[in-house]
Write a protein that binds this ligand. Structure first.
Ligand code: ADP
Ligand code: MG
Length: 590
């Protein structure tokens, strides 16, 4: 009843989820079936009262127990039927909730992968983790509870009220007029709770991000000597969350107390009215008993809704957040008719980026402006420029992770999208800090190619120069690395990333300052396996280390979001431009 009304009024935000709820797959048939079963349940409730009322009044009027035994038997049959329908409703709603929340989690995760690391960093790892774990659980809870509650509230009180009117008009009128008071009260409390809930969710998000950040930064905080100080901040944030939770709980207790009080009062009205008329002889015992048995049942669904309301609020908010995230604007729609599917990259392929610009959501000026550049075949292109020039932005753009890119990208003359799966499946991306999963060496190398054979994995490890390291471990390939496992040096981590790339064998390789954090000796050791990886691939390598440029076929110099110069090393040295100035300043630096 409440839920259905909520749809009409946008001013009751807490009750408006229902339309969205019904849009989930399979929700409408489920709702119809639940409604049917609820009608049966409502009839059982009425019959139960009728048979019980008849049996008790019969005994009261001096009948033998044997003569009312058929009524008693029927009462038990109806009672059992009632509980069976409740059980079936629970089962089907549980299945629906389980299925829907899993689907929601799947689409949430695939959206996360589509949006890529930039967006994940913006939302915060902690918030995303709590949304996938806690949020999905709360959503399931909500989906499981809400549909049966909506059906029960819409159907059972109406059936009971109709029967009571037919049996005794006076009691019907009392029940009819007390219900709206109860509902208005519930809505008021619901609105207050919603406000509290929003605040609580926001502070939960802050807390989880804060906590994970602090854990990650613990070594830094320790070296700076402020880890103790930070403890206080964590305490303060947690304490704020605790106070908010207590506030929500207080409101929940208060409202369930208030609801109980009002229902009791209403039932007392009915009872007193019945009692007075019974004494006066205006009503018989049997209908009076039946009405009195039915009165609490009339209020029960609304009270239950009130009790679970606070629990379901969490779930509704989580469901909203989950679906808001999945509906987020991704990168340019890859399936749009303006784009062709890209061919597989080959020796003869050509990629043309035509006047593309990129502006970040929160950036005032464009990070890349009117970019015009072509890449062909298996050439090696070095992207060079000072910090903040736009190198990473260019790499992210070609990886398909940039949202606000404009301009045209053509491959072999056909307009394509970097966000399409066909493109992404051809690209390997090596970042500055590759992520090591908390898993064995083998699983880490084969993470992106799970179908790889043991021999292929060993070959890839060898090509990346990891074989000696692996042999030095007691458990060899099964040695655990990553969080909680053996710690690797920066250079070794980068070798794991190289091994992954060797195993993937994709024709396009993008690297974003893969060696910027390594000392020069480590970098030189890595150079040999890297150059081997570059063979037979289109390579775009962003770096500010100039020694790589000798091995590059072409150099693209980016300055302030624009391409300042392109050419090979000799040409650029001769032009006496930005590149030459960079070389000179690095030489002077040495
Ligand atoms: P580089 O990799 O060459 O150091 P970037 O591509 O990271 O440079 O950055 C280019 C410009 O875009 C810089 O001015 C930087 O401040 C800005 N920028 C980079 N990432 C973001 C972001 N996520 N949001 C807003 N501005 C950004
Ligand atoms: Mg960068």
């Amino acid at each position: 009843m409440l839920g259905l009304r909520g749809n009409k009024s946008e001013s009751l935000p807490s009750l408006c989820m229902d339309r969205e709820l019904l849009s989930y797959k399979g929700a409408k048939p489920l709702f119809a079936l639940t409604a049917l079963l609820t009608v049966i349940q409502g009839m059982c409730i009425i019959l139960q009262a009728v048979f019980l009322g008849r049996a008790v009044s019969g005994l009261f009027l001096g009948k033998q127990i044997v003569s009312v035994s058929s009524d008693l038997l029927l009462f038990f049959v109806v009672l059992i039927s009632r509980h069976i329908t409740v059980f079936i409703i629970k089962q089907i709603c549980y299945r629906f909730a389980d299925r829907t929340s899993s689907a929601l989690r799947r689409s949430f995760l695939s959206k996360l992968f589509e949006l890529g690391p930039k967006s994940a960093r913006k939302e915060g790892t902690g918030a995303l983790v709590s949304l996938t774990v806690e949020g999905v659980r709360q959503t399931r809870n909500y989906l499981e509870l809400f549909i049966p509650k909506m059906a029960a509230n819409g159907i059972i009180p109406v059936l009971i009220l109709a029967y009571v009117f037919w049996e005794d008009r006076m009691s019907g009128i009392i029940l009819l007029f007390t219900m709206p008071v109860l509902i208005i009260f519930m809505i008021l409390l619901g609105l207050a709770a919603q406000k509290k809930m929003d605040d609580r969710w926001a502070s939960y998000r802050v807390l989880s991000n804060h906590f994970i950040d602090s854990l990650r930064g613990l070594p830094t905080l320790y070296y700076l000597g402020i880890s103790k100080l930070h403890k206080q901040t964590i305490n303060r944030v947690s304490d704020k969350y605790r106070t908010m939770t207590m506030g929500t709980l207080r409101l929940a207790f208060l409202s369930s107390f208030a609801l109980d009080f009002f229902t009791m009062l209403s039932i007392a009205f009915v009872a007193v009215a019945l009692g007075i008329r019974l004494v006066d002889g205006h009503i018989l015992l049997e209908p009076a008993l039946i009405v009195l048995i039915l009165a609490p049942e009339y209020f029960l669904p609304v009270r239950e809704l009130g009790q679970d309301y606070h629990a379901t609020l969490d779930g509704k908010e989580a469901a909203r957040q989950l679906s808001a995230y999945t509906q987020k604007n991704g990168v340019e729609a890859p399936h749009s008719k303006h784009f062709s599917a890209p061919d597989y990259w080959s020796d003869k392929a050509k990629l043309a980026i035509e006047n593309c610009s990129v502006t970040y959501e929160d950036g005032s000026k464009a990070a890349l402006k009117d970019l015009r550049v072509t890449f062909s075949g298996f050439e090696k292109v070095g992207v060079i420029g000072p910090s903040g020039a736009g190198k990473s932005t260019l790499i992210d753009f070609v990886s398909g992770f940039i949202k606000n890119g404009s301009g045209t990208v053509k491959m072999n003359g056909k307009t394509i999208s970097f966000a399409s799966n066909e493109w992404r499946q051809q690209v390997t991306y090596i970042p500055q800090h590759p992520y090591l999963f908390s898993a064995s060496f083998r699983d880490n190398i084969a993470f992106y190619s799970p179908e790889a054979t043991e021999r292929q994995i060993r070959q890839a490890a060898k090509a990346a120069g990891l074989d000696l390291l692996i042999r030095s471990f007691p458990q060899g390939m099964n040695e655990r690395i990553g969080n909680g496992g053996r710690q690797l040096s920066g250079g070794q981590e980068q070798r794991v990333a190289l091994a992954r790339a060797f195993l993937c064998e994709r024709p396009i390789l993008l690297l974003d300052e893969p060696t910027a954090h390594l000392d020069i000796e480590t970098e030189y050791e890595l150079k040999e396996p890297m150059l081997r990886l570059f063979e037979n691939k289109l390579v775009i390598l962003a770096t500010h280390r100039l020694h790589w440029m000798e091995q590059m076929d072409r150099i693209v110099v980016i300055h302030d979001g624009r391409i300042a110069e392109t050419g090979n090393q000799d040409e650029l040295i001769q032009t006496n431009g930005v590149y030459r100035a960079m070389v000179r300043s690095q030489l002077e630096g040495i």
